[in-house]
Design a binder for this molecule. Structure first.
Ligand SMILES: Cc1cc2nc3c(=O)[nH]c(=O)nc-3n(C[C@H](O)[C@H](O)[C@H](O)COP(=O)(O)OP(=O)(O)OC[C@H]3O[C@@H](n4cnc5c(N)ncnc54)[C@H](O)[C@@H]3O)c2cc1C
Length: 444
């Protein structure tokens, strides 16, 4: 039985946003239940890179998250992110194809396998904290401030919570609840790019493209297609994300991932140079291709429900194309902002001020979260699309000009990597005080 000062939080979705938010809230003594529609936690086998800002957020959210990442992360062999001309005809390792490079900073931008990361994070959650096969279908937030939020699941069951975090990804049901079923942002937009994803054994990669190219992070640029490669699994595997511009519509309304073959990839990259071709030849015969969707064309106007107790986190709020490699990192920043806001809410409830209801402090915490996170996360959506164009020589005024592309990639990347996470926490706290004051009409 919870005391009056406690808050019961329901998290919808057990991806990186949901699991890191749960770990951050538990660390602050806040009660959490995760509802996941799948029968277990699952991530695809491909790699994920987490930038320095994400590392700083992990440390402050829950240092155990950061410890897991550091245990799994494969260090790059260089402190530079290198951008090369994928069309260049030179052979491996002669450096002729280098267009420009961007300094990563001390902590680098390291990669690990997504499955390993999520599995280890999940092992930190206490027993009973997660319910599987719970697909959220509806939510009600009663007008009466003393009643909890009701959650309805596809299996006919229900649950109650004081606060709900919608961490249910790109096609979020919680977003549909907040915006209304007819809102254009309920459906994400196809960016007219898709990505083939795979991992290849590092020994084969080194043989084919040389140690220099295989053991650190590279972006191979070219017209209408580009490829990101970086080492994962302690440099035993090379992660490959091969993006292709697609003039057509994505062929499936409900599937973001479709089967593909190596021949299709080779066909898409047929005009690229020998390094890219060698990488593609090492991919598995059967692959997945991922449609790249985002929320740019119809942005979500508010991350918080009108009654204030339900909010959106991670891709559910601000799904972006992955060209900055910033989606999971910004979900972790979100989780930190929310954990800080809800911790402040619990402090107020513990102080026992009678004029402040549980709903008001939760609403204030969510409003502070939105106020602090909205502009940055919306900018990441826009900038990610732009980076995708720049990497495929489609950006008007930049095309194949390496100097112009360099300065653009540099400032945009550092805007993400150098984010002052400590200052974000300060902003959440200050904004929370303002929001609580506004909502109760007195200074707290
Ligand atoms: C090709 C590609 C490469 C990427 N590379 C990077 C990278 O290198 N670095 C980086 O930071 N980001 C990267 N990203 C972005 C990153 O993958 C996402 O931003 C991140 O995984 C989002 O996490 P999430 O928890 O918000 O959503 P998800 O991972 O989508 O998790 C949502 C969860 O909610 C569950 N769910 C959905 N609906 C319901 C429901 N109704 N009820 C209950 N549960 C539900 C789902 O089953 C799922 O488990 C990449 C993305 C792509 C497509």
């Amino acid at each position: 039985m919870l005391s009056n000062a406690q808050i019961e939080v329901a998290i919808i979705g057990g991806g990186i946003a949901g699991v890191t938010a749960a770990l951050g809230l538990l660390r602050r003594g806040i009660s959490v239940k995760v509802y996941e529609r799948a029968s277990g936690f699952r991530e695809i086998g491909a790699g994920i890179g987490l930038s320095p800002n994400a590392e700083r957020a992990m440390l402050l959210l829950n240092p155990d998250i950061h410890a897991v990442f550091k245990r799994l992360a494969t260090p790059n062999t260089e402190d530079w992110f290198q951008y090369v001309d994928g069309f260049n005809r030179s052979q491996q390792g002669d450096g002729e194809d280098l267009l420009f490079k961007v300094y990563l900073g001390e902590r680098g931008f390291e990669g690990c396998r997504r499955t390993d990361f999520l599995d280890e994070l999940v092992s930190l959650l206490p027993a009973g904290c997660v319910e599987f096969r719970k697909e959220l279908v509806d939510i009600t937030e009663p007008e009466d401030e003393t009643s909890p939020v009701a959650l309805y699941f596809a299996d006919g069951s229900m649950a109650y919570a004081d606060a709900v975090l919608g961490c249910d990804g790109l096609r979020s049901r919680v977003r549909e609840y907040i915006l209304g079923v007819d809102h254009p942002a309920v459906e994400p937009s196809y960016t007219h790019k898709f990505a083939y994803r795979g991992v290849i054994p590092m020994k084969d990669a080194i043989q084919a493209i040389g140690e220099g190219k295989a053991l650190t992070r590279y972006m191979h640029l070219g017209p209408e297609c580009h490829v990101l490669t970086f080492p994962v699994s302690m440099s035993t595997m090379l992660n490959v994300v091969a993006f292709v511009t697609d003039p057509n519509e994505w062929p499936s309304l409900d599937q973001t991932t479709l089967p593909a073959t190596r021949e299709e990839v080779l066909e898409s990259f047929r005009n690229f140079g020998p390094v890219v071709t060698a990488i593609m030849n090492l991919l598995d015969q059967r692959l997945d291709k991922w449609g790249i969707f985002d929320l740019q064309e119809s942005p979500v106007a508010s991350y918080v429900s009108p009654r204030g107790c339900v909010c959106l986190v991670g891709d559910a709020a601000h799904a972006a194309a992955p060209h900055h490699g910033a989606g999971a990192g910004s979900a972790i920043e979100d989780a930190l902002a929310l954990a800080v806001g809800l911790e402040e809410a619990v402090k107020i409830l513990t102080a026992g001020l009678e004029s402040i209801s549980r709903r008001k402090v939760i609403s204030a915490a969510f409003a502070a979260y939105e106020c602090t996170r909205y502009d940055r996360t919306q900018w990441i959506i826009e900038s990610s699309r732009f980076m995708g164009e720049l990497f495929e020589w489609q950006a008007a005024g930049f095309e194949r000009d390496p100097d112009k592309c360099h300065s653009e990639v540099e400032w945009r990347s550092h805007k993400i990597w150098d984010y002052d996470v400590e200052n974000m926490i300060k902003e959440v706290r200050e904004s929370f005080v303002t929001k609580v004051s506004e909502s109760v009409g007195e200074t707290v």
